[in-house]
Design a protein around this ligand. Structure first.
Ligand SMILES: *Cc1c(COP(=O)(O)O)cnc(C)c1O
Length: 387
């Protein structure tokens, strides 16, 4: 079976984890801190926090902004449900912005129109969570302009895109955003088994997130509100929870980060071959502007002519042939839970049409040429039979 994505684990990863297992600290030791320092250095952001998943990272981010109960957060429908759930779990309202038909990221045109309308209705969002789908960045400069005009925070759900670049800068640098989230789930670019991180340039947000991920507790003497009663003393200063990652996981992350650029390079090489070898078929690929470098977490093919039946047939055909393709994503607003909130079919037509025509085919650093050629051969054969 060839999966749409897969972790890459080598002997040095195993050694790194073993070393931590034999050390004094399985959690709250030096490895978590080291992983945070390395992520900071890699992205160029001022602060970095590692947590136990990207879903947690999204929640911690939402909580840190200090929004009020009824405040509205926007995201896109074609993302993993966590990008929207975080707003609801932290007590806010959610709405969506439809996607662009060419790059399948948030449509900045639609966003502009929706913002102008929301301003009139006094329903402007306080935060927008953008998703760099498949590793392709959303234009951060355009978005930043809008955030200045309409005063909303920008959270980048960069679960797909550690290693990607925009305008020569690494995603995660937060040059044009408030917070940026990565996921270290095994299908993503680098892994810790389960894990996620947040980078930011805001000291204020960083300190709030640090407290929140640690049950609201600080052991930093300089920050105590009461008198320091002794070496045993700590303070809970806000409400929080345990969102920590273990040092076992962090040591895997540190070692994976050492070869991230090589892994992203391999993904790009595979993507280039797909684009070349499949170009004569009735398929479309994500449109990638020159100022962007994708990390290619996913390689998504989309039918040129919308056709639900062919989409389903191709999907089933590939699965039957042990190619474990997938769909990223079912539109969130059509999930039963979100429909109960009042969203309907037809609300975000581009995302809906996209979901009826898109397939994620295998891409990961260890996908060898034989297996990639098999995927290509099967897709070609499918379209030959169609004629
Ligand atoms: C994977 C993913 C998440 C959630 O990541 P976890 O680490 O599994 O919690 C959130 N958003 C997007 C876009 C993702 O792809």
């Amino acid at each position: 079976m060839i999966n749409y994505s897969k972790q890459s684990i080598n002997y040095s990863d195993i050694k790194a984890v073993n070393r931590t297992l034999k050390s004094d600290f399985l959690t709250q030791g030096p490895r978590t801190n080291e992983f945070e320092q390395k992520l900071k250095k890699y992205t160029g952001a001022k602060y970095s926090i590692v947590v136990n998943s990207a879903s947690s990272a999204l929640l911690v981010s939402c909580m840190s902004l200090g929004l009020k109960k009824k405040d509205i957060v926007w995201t896109v429908p074609n993302t993993f449900v966590a990008s929207a759930n975080c707003a609801l779990v932290s007590g806010h309202k959610i709405d969506f912005v439809d996607i662009d038909d060419n790059n399948w990221n948030i449509s900045l045109e639609k966003l502009k129109i929706k913002l102008a309308k929301a301003k009139i209705k006094k329903k402007l969002p306080k935060a927008i969570i953008i998703v760099h789908l498949a590793g392709l960045p959303v234009d951060p400069i355009e978005l930043k302009k809008l955030s200045k005009k309409y005063k909303f925070y920008i959270i980048e759900d960069a679960s797909h895109s550690i290693g990607a670049k925009y305008y020569g800068k690494k995603v995660g640098c937060c040059k044009w955003s408030d917070l940026c989230i990565f996921s270290f789930h095994p299908v993503k670019i680098i892994t810790t088994g389960e894990g996620g991180s947040i980078t930011t340039n805001s000291k204020n947000l960083y300190e709030k997130m640090l407290l929140f991920k640690n049950n609201g507790i600080t052991k930093d003497k300089k920050k105590f509100q009461n008198k320091n009663l002794g070496p045993w003393y700590y303070e809970q200063q806000s409400l929080g929870y345990n969102f920590r990652i273990s040092d076992i996981q962090a040591s895997l992350g540190i070692n994976q980060l050492r070869r991230i650029d090589l892994m992203v390079k391999k993904r790009n090489k595979i993507a280039k071959k797909y684009r070349n070898d499949l170009k004569t078929l009735p398929l479309k690929f994500q449109k990638i502007d020159k100022v962007f470098f994708s990390s290619f977490h996913l390689f998504i093919i989309r039918l040129k002519e919308n056709n639900k039946e062919i989409h389903k047939k191709l999907f089933i055909y590939l699965r039957k042939n042990n190619i474990f393709v997938n769909l990223h994503y079912l539109p969130i607003h059509l999930q039963p839970f979100y429909k109960k909130l009042g969203f309907r079919k037809g609300d975000f037509p581009n995302s809906e049409r996209y979901a009826e025509n898109a397939i994620s085919i295998p891409i990961y650093p260890d996908l060898n040429l034989t297996n990639q050629n098999r995927v290509i051969y099967l897709i070609k054969k499918f379209f030959k039979k169609k004629k």
